[in-house]
Design a protein around this ligand. Structure first.
Ligand SMILES: NC(=O)C1=CN([C@@H]2O[C@H](COP(=O)(O)OP(=O)(O)OC[C@H]3O[C@@H](n4cnc5c(N)ncnc54)[C@H](O)[C@@H]3O)[C@@H](O)[C@H]2O)C=CC1
Ligand SMILES: Nc1nc(=O)c2c([nH]1)NC[C@@H]1CN(c3ccc(C(=O)N[C@@H](CCC(=O)O)C(=O)O)cc3)CN21
Length: 317
């Protein structure tokens, strides 16, 4: 069932979903299955699979010179999405990103996903991992809204080069990202919400938030979006903190505030194990409050935090 239909079918119960990363190149899919097996009992309505483009790295040669290498550390999002759907019968949502992929490459991924019966996507800009000077910007989608146009065109039977084909009987549906604390490159919140509204007007059936640790920021953001005419579900994204240094890393990398009481508790932790326990408690409190506010679903970012997500889910579902 499509994500949006899953969200509509919750009948007042907050649904559970989570996001996984493809294994590092060289590892097999059993790593993915072991995460899903740990979280399956909480009835995930859908599972997101992140997408990672290649990164440019310089490798030192024996003679002291360097060669430039493009390395894709975590390939396989399309295949993993299909494998999950077939093995578990759970809706898989592969991420499709702009950065690092030409429109042609994206088109081939859409064609493969269509053949595989994976019809839910999350459309994102993606993070730039070092400048790739060989990439031709005219061949790459710049913003998530450009990628969205490509998917909409594909749904209508128009390829990236303008050629037409008989549109697929089963079009893609998709969600997109939003930022309760503003995206780092947005000049102001108004502009960020304007683009969020554009995403919805042009076809996003729901929005999922960047991680946040202060629910009030999420509630205020939802109120503002509703006032701006955004009516689709806005799914809160929750990241359990598992490391002491995330107190400083997450605000720097994701521009998300850690509220003072939580920051004080984390600063008091002398081991990562204590930070993990503190993170679990904070997420449980956050989720209980979100559920009390009737959110349709909570989406968990599981990276390094599968055990935490399991313990949180046990408490709240
Ligand atoms: N679930 C997930 O995995 C999530 C991932 N992210 C990540 O956050 C990053 C940003 O992704 P998106 O939000 O998809 O990027 P985006 O392209 O929608 O937005 C990036 C910035 O550009 C602005 N913007 C959007 N469309 C524009 C347009 N047509 N013209 C000018 N400005 C425009 C936005 O307001 C924002 O400031 C990515 O790295 C993504 O992977 C963020 C939240 C959740
Ligand atoms: N900008 C952005 N990119 C993403 O890939 C992304 C988001 N936002 N938000 C939602 C989810 C959550 N994601 C993530 C990704 C990494 C960590 C993480 O824990 N990273 C490491 C290193 C961070 C760094 O230094 O780059 C950490 O120790 O915190 C957490 C959540 C992936 N997704």
């Amino acid at each position: 069932m499509r994500v949006i239909d899953q969200l509509k079918a919750t009948q007042g119960h907050t649904a559970f979903s989570f996001e996984i990363l493809p294994p590092l190149k060289g590892n097999d899919i059993t790593r993915v299955y072991s995460i899903i097996d740990k979280l399956r009992e909480f009835d995930p309505k859908y599972i997101n699979i992140t997408s990672h483009h290649s990164e440019v790295q310089y490798q030192e040669m024996p003679d002291g010179s360097y060669i430039k290498k493009k390395i894709r550390k975590r390939p396989g999002s399309v295949a993993i999405a299909s494998a999950i759907q077939n093995k578990y019968g759970i809706t898989a949502v592969p991420h499709i990103i702009c950065k690092g992929f030409t429109r042609d490459e994206t088109e081939y991924a859409l064609i493969d996903l269509n053949f595989l019966g994976v019809h839910d996507l999350l459309l994102l800009q993606g993070d730039a991992k070092g400048p790739d000077k060989s990439a031709d910007p005219t061949k790459i989608n710049q913003h998530a809204t450009d990628l969205q146009q490509q998917v909409n065109d594909f749904n209508r039977g128009i390829y990236a080069d303008g050629e037409t084909f008989e549109a697929n009987a089963t079009p893609f549906s998709y969600g997109m990202a939003c930022y309760p604390e503003k995206h780092e490159s947005a000049p102001n919140m108004e502009s960020d919400i304007r683009y969020a509204r554009m995403k919805v007007e042009q076809g996003a059936s729901y929005l999922v938030t960047q991680m946040f640790f202060d629910n009030q920021k999420y509630y205020d953001f939802v109120t503002r979006c509703r006032a701006e005419g955004i009516t689709v579900p806005i799914i809160p994204g929750i990241k359990p903190i598992v490391l002491r240094n995330q107190l400083n890393v997450l605000p720097r990398v994701f521009r998300t505030d850690i509220p003072e009481p939580f920051a004080i508790e984390l600063a008091r932790c002398s081991t990562d194990e204590q930070a993990k326990e503190t993170g679990i408690e904070w997420s449980i409190a956050q989720c209980r409050d979100l559920i009390a506010h009737g959110v349709p679903s909570i989406h968990f970012y599981t990276l390094m935090a599968t055990d935490s997500v399991r313990r949180i889910a046990k408490e709240i579902y």
